[in-house]
Design a protein around this ligand. Structure first.
Ligand code: ATP
Ligand code: MG
Length: 527
């Protein structure tokens, strides 16, 4: 067994015991928004299980609430899911089962297990009781089967107004689990459905539609997040009492939702930002949607690794944001070319460099298949302000007057002067040890190597650094995006990842550098 977690174990047991002849799984997004990082965890889990058990994996649009759903979301979800994994072998719509779900409802009414309730919502809520008070029957509970069938038929063809009636399961009004106190199975909605148009005026509730869709698709194990644990008895009730119609017994298994420090994973909250125009769209790189993460430069492999590292458990926990940065570094490092960039440039003048000269620089520290490139040393270079001090400081080994530093891949220089204007460092003058291109011939050892750019080869590019989008009070903080300009080597390709030496991982897209992660050791190594 390649993957290990409680769900793998559970399915393996069912396969071994013969209870599950064939593993069939589904990922069931509601098309009422874009997929986000939390959905990625669920998709990766399904993907791993499908691989492990050679299972069929369906992308099922759980489209039972036309008020909030649209074809735009269907398309975006299909695209993003396929981006993450090629393992979805079929696409289905809960709306395609409306007739079957309706048949199950009629079956329940005929069995005396469902009734139409015309109470107004407030009365219904009151009659259901609460944790300290058992529920009481509304008048509908006493209707005959034929009265219920007639009323349900009128609901279906649109004769009753929205909110005028619902179909409820007849289970137990005193049940300690509120989900079993005669839950609503169908509600009226006159909104046009993105797939079925005006055909239906009633729509099934999630708790009713879901087990039926699972059964119809031959789903063996129906995975969902922990907040549905209390709904499982209802899932089982529906399967049990509709078995005569459905002939299958899927089971529900719950796992913990992904929660990440500083990242809001709620379609409702993301929806509000998009609707209010606070972000350009669902695919804005500030959002933790898959489309936003893709725009920022996260790759499927990074998100996959992240999901696996977070683990699949039954206990909720919050993952540190740094785990995502760890995955960026670990996944991108072997497949990403190194380049140089300067985040906050200060001029460095080499006062004894008569002629520019070229050096050959590897594009990757360990993988020679990345090839090499040429970089030119000119008398005017750029280095990072963070690497400069006006005078010596304890434990600071970089550029200050009198100190030797190495310019990476090049030569050693002795810092002569650090010029300051209006309290700000504006220029550094240094003398190059021309012979030190061969380290063994260096006149002086340098304790540290600085990244640099030649004036001739530097291009300015806008960069974005992303912080938490919501502050501690849950309010959206769009100032969390820091916009800077960086100098980078010329000749970078668009839609490509780069590790800028000492600065971290960036994704260049549309002429903008999106910051993905710092280098883990940046601070420690360069002091
Ligand atoms: P949201 O709370 O953001 O609206 P949702 O659960 O309502 O999400 P659905 O489209 O209904 O969104 O979810 C599709 C599947 O993705 C569900 O099976 C759900 O359990 C799973 N899922 C959603 N959010 C997470 C998350 N944070 N971690 C893991 N799985 C998730
Ligand atoms: Mg939902």
């Amino acid at each position: 067994m390649k993957h290990k977690n409680f769900i793998v174990n559970r399915i393996a047991e069912d396969v071994t015991s013969g209870r599950t002849p064939k593993v069939v799984l589904r990922f069931p997004p509601e098309p009422n928004g874009y997929l986000h990082l939390g959905h990625a965890k669920s998709i990766v889990l399904h993907d791993l299980l499908a691989e492990e058990f050679n299972a069929e994996l369906t992308l099922r649009f759980d489209d039972t609430n036309p008020k909030k759903e649209s074809a735009k979301f269907v398309n975006a979800i299909a695209h993003d899911a396929a981006w993450l994994t090629p393992r979805f072998t079929r696409t289905r719509w809960t709306s395609a089962y409306f007739a079957d779900i309706h048949r199950c409802a009629v079956h329940l009414i005929e069995c005396g297990l469902a009734y139409v309730d015309e109470s107004d919502p407030e009365t219904m809520r009151f009659l259901r009781g609460d944790f300290g008070r058992v529920g009481a029957a509304s008048p509908g509970r006493a209707l005959s089967t034929s009265e219920n069938l007639a009323l349900f038929a009128r609901m279906r063809i649109g004769e009753l107004a929205e909110g005028a009636a619902v179909l409820r399961a007849r289970i137990d009004l005193a049940h300690p689990n509120m989900n079993l106190r005669d839950p609503v199975l169908y509600r009226i909605s006159h909104v046009e459905h993105h797939a079925t148009g005006k055909e239906w005026h009633i729509y099934p509730m999630y708790d009713f539609a879901h087990p039926i869709a699972d059964a119809l698709e031959g789903v063996s194990h129906s995975l969902c997040t922990l907040e549905f644990e209390d709904h499982r008895p209802l899932y089982d009730w529906v399967i049990e009492h509709c078995f005569a119609v459905l002939g299958a017994r899927p089971v529900q298994i719950e796992f913990a939702k992904l929660e990440v420090e500083g990242i809001v994973l709620s379609k409702r909250k993301l929806h509000a930002l998009v609707e209010a125009g606070q972000v350009a769209g669902w695919d804005s790189p500030v959002l933790p949607t898959l489309a936003g993460l893709r725009a920022r430069g996260y790759t499927p492999d990074v998100l996959r690794e992240f999901a696996v590292r977070c683990g699949f458990t039954k206990a909720n926990s919050t993952v540190p944001a740094e785990t995502l940065a760890d995955c960026v570094r670990d996944i991108l490092s072997p497949v990403t070319g190194r380049r140089m960039a300067v985040a906050d440039p200060v001029e460095l003048v080499l006062n004894n460099l008569a002629e520019p000269f070229k050096v050959e620089v590897p594009n990757h520290p360990t993988d020679s298949s990345f090839g090499t490139r040429h970089r030119t040393f000119t008398a005017k270079l750029w280095i990072d302000r963070a690497d400069i001090r006006a005078e010596a400081e304890p434990h600071f080994w970089r550029a200050y007057p009198g100190n030797w530093v190495r310019l990476k891949h090049g030569l050693n220089v002795l810092i002569k002067t650090v010029e300051i204007e209006a309290g700000r460092i504006v220029r550094v003058v240094a003398e190059a040890d021309i012979g030190s291109r061969d380290l063994k011939a260096a006149r002086h050892k340098a304790k540290t190597a600085l990244h640099w750019l030649s004036d001739m080869e530097a291009v300015a590019m806008p960069a974005r650094h992303y912080g938490p989008l919501f502050d501690v009070d849950g309010k959206c903080d769009l100032d969390s995006v820091t916009r800077t300009k960086m100098l980078v080597e010329h000749g970078l390709e668009d839609a490509a990842h780069y590790e800028f030496e000492r600065l971290g991982y960036f994704y260049l897209s549309g002429g903008i550098l999106h910051h993905l992660a710092n280098l883990k050791t940046a601070g420690a190594r360069t002091r």
